[in-house]
Ligand binder design. Sequence first.
Ligand SMILES: Nc1ncnc2c1ncn2[C@@H]1O[C@H](COP(=O)(O)OP(=O)(O)OP(=O)(O)O)[C@@H](O)[C@H]1O
Ligand SMILES: [Mg+2]
Length: 358
Amino acid sequence: MLRRVPQILDALLDGVVVVDATGRVAHLNAEASRILETSTEAVSGRPIEQVAGASGFGKAVRSVLAGGAACVEHEIRVPRRFQGDLLVDAAVAPLSAEDGTIEGAVVGLSDLTRGAALREFDRERAGVAALGQIASGIAHEVRNPLGGIRGAAEILGKRSANERDRAAADLILREVDRIAALLDDFLVFGRAGEIKLAPVNLHRVLDDVLDLLAVDPLGARAHVERSFDPSIPELMADGDRLVQVFLNLGRNALEAMPDREGKLVITTRLRLDHRIDLGGGERVPTVGVDFDDDGCGIPESARERIATPFFTTKSHGTGLGLSLARHFVVQHGGTLTIESREGRGTRARVSLPLRRAP
Ligand SMILES: Nc1ncnc2c1ncn2[C@@H]1O[C@H](COP(=O)(O)OP(=O)(O)OP(=O)(O)O)[C@@H](O)[C@H]1O
Ligand SMILES: [Mg+2]
């Protein structure tokens, strides 16, 4: 049973770092590896200060090893290379032999940011479900009369003798079609779980999206850079939906650039440390796709609302782009997050579970 201790530690939601009596790292469980962006293999035998880095809980470990009492450091910041900083509580306790000599110390790391992110994710899912119900309701109530209006306008247009009346009937037709197209988009929220999974080459999907953007006048003057991780294998996903997701993110990035001149960097990364639970306890690694632009950014006051359907700051926007993108990503079991600095730029990050293609 004790042979399984590392496995047992990996099952914990908290990070665990075991240190020997000289302050050298002996073991990291999976969560600690995620938090500290490293692994037991990489840091075994290194002094704790090197692993704790700027977060500084190394000092607490030294004091415990020197005979001090167990202690908790609250809300310490762990700077990270690839993602935003984490806030963690670090609890340090001595490991004592029966005769009282200190053989080492254990650090428990509890990620406060993660709890907040999970709650946010739950809220998002609930929001998407509620939206689905509203969408089906609206579809039912609005679609039928729209059909009637269209038919009547067509008849009036054909029968009318003068040009002005025909133009008015045409206008009705065009506007009705516009509403119908909008409804089609909105209706997507009402259809739960309709994605079709098939083996997808993510980079091919992104290349297609970038080709589409390149021929669009919108993207003509922007500089697009690809930083693709070649180790990403084919994954099971809905390619058509992903095109829609990335097209919306790409368009938003280009539209945020003053005079459409700016830089859009698309980065893909296989993230073994960031796993998503697909249910049934299966935790799979994720693939991260970042759209980084150096456009206008999003003011603090708008940040909460950008993924709400119909929220737009553009004169010709529908405000459905981001909410649709998020809807499709959530249907894949993934997440879409937006980080932004006003005046500096925006990062839209899609994390997709890596379901292996057979
Ligand atoms: N990369 C970005 N940079 C700056 N602002 C953004 C970015 N992405 C989204 N936004 C803000 O979020 C709002 C909502 O985006 P969303 O894609 O949902 O709708 P839209 O782009 O306004 O319209 P649509 O996508 O339907 O044409 C935008 O109006 C804009 O204010
Ligand atoms: Mg948009």
